[in-house]
Design a protein. Sequence first.
Length: 434
Amino acid sequence: MKNYDKSLVYRLRLAIAYHDALRSKAPFLTKRYMQRFRQSQLEAARRLKGKNCIEVAFFLTTPGMWKADYLFRAMHERDGYHPYVVIYPYSQYKGFSKEEIDETLSRTEEFVKERGFEYIIPRRNDRWLDIKQLHKPDIVFFSTPYKDHLPQYFIYHFRDTLTCYIPYGFTNFSYMYGSNYNLMFHNLVGCYFLESDIHRELFAQHSRCKGDSGRVTGYPGTEVFLRKDYHPADVWKPQAKTKKRVIWAPHHSIEEGFALSSFLVICDDMLKLADKYADTVQFAFKPHQLLKFKLQQLWGSERTDKYYAEWSRRANTQVEESSYIDLFLTSDAMIHDSGSFTTDYIFTRKPVLFTVRSEEVRSKFSPFGERMFDAHYHARDVEAIDKFISYVVLAGNDPMQDVRQQMYERYLQPIEGMMPSERIIYEIEKMINE
């Protein structure tokens, strides 16, 4: 009952804040509103033709939502664009305390500062201001499609501004079609930059706007894997001799229902494998950030902390809870059961194994996700994981190598030789000039 009450309060807060009952619930009014909004987006794009400097605001609430490093830099270095980040509060209506919201804002500000990006926090004396009145952006990039923030930063407020959206992760699951393609946001946005032709087809099938704003550009969040000029840092614990480097990245979905994670089944055995291969393999334990929180609820803090400490104390193991880019690029293989990593690690074209919790796992993926899943080795028990380490990682027998290469060439490599960030700018300029 407690969870239901929280959910009800949240929905009531949103309904009051966004004045959204008729706009999103009455079919005739919704259709009419969407048509008018989409027409306004085309007009907003046309008004930018011939403008000397286009003001581009990248909206951001939390660091994990940021997937636009290369796009921001490309616009910054290109004549005719002035990009900047707008930082504003997350989960405004979910009942979080002011301290929690301010702490997230501070982390986001530090994240943007480290990148050297120009940014704005439109707050004065604890009042959150309208960015349209402060800076009048010509283009707005949203990092989330949800109503988790103040109404003045939601798409409804930007009908006369060209709006753009980059998803914050590869869309791999079939159960998320509604939340990935058919929210009011998705049906209004001027440009929805999609990962592949398959994602464009899904957008057309599952949205009320029939995918009208979809443009296939590739995914800028994984562009770093495509760039030869990126030199990753060596984030692995120093060893007395060279060893193979294997990542274990368990998902957080340990509960019943929609559950991918095999963690509770194999967690102790994975430590035993780390001991078994202590002389030849070093392991990086890369848990999803929510796994520790869920384990604390299930196991308690003491047992959870002790388990994480086991991965820290061994000479050939370590815990990694920060960015995964350098870790991926300097590894030799990965074991995981994560949705997004199912695609992300294929970019490296290195051996990768998915720990299968149940026979229904594959059915949870979208058509795109199924292709990536099928490019993995699969393990239903620890013996299969052991064989993957000994036969594939250490002995170098890799029969899935060609399959991974085919998936990369068909779905992941740059489209027509253009990086995703370059392709996004190309699509925006095409829309302006048409």
